[in-house]
Design a binder for this molecule. Structure first.
Ligand code: SF4
Length: 92
């Protein structure tokens, strides 16, 4: 993995842990799964400039796509309904 991406992965890990502290959510207890999502977010930070959700297609319209920057617009509703967000990064 390129060095940039490894650094970005660490930033995403820090963001995710901090967001859990603030929100009361938990990270996916299956750390392998969590790491796959974290890697996808880091790749988007490097390649697309923002930590876009790796589990949602981008439209190319910045107004629509900004809703998909993690933590995305839908995660609270998804966690309330399903116990986890669409990507299964954050859990109740
Ligand atoms: S589904 Fe989860 S991982 Fe994906 S952007 Fe929303 S909160 Fe982040």
């Amino acid at each position: 993995m390129p060095k940039d991406q490894e650094q970005e992965k660490e930033k995403v890990r820090k963001f995710a842990r901090r967001y859990c502290e603030l929100s009361g959510y938990k990270l996916n207890p299956d750390m392998k799964m969590a790491e796959i999502v974290i890697e996808g977010l880091a790749k988007n930070r490097v390649n697309k400039g923002f930590q876009y959700c790796p589990c949602r297609p981008l439209t190319g319209d910045p107004e629509q796509d900004k809703l998909k920057i993690c933590p995305c617009k839908w995660h609270k509703d998804e966690i309330a309904a399903d116990g986890h967000c669409h990507c299964q990064l954050f859990y109740k």
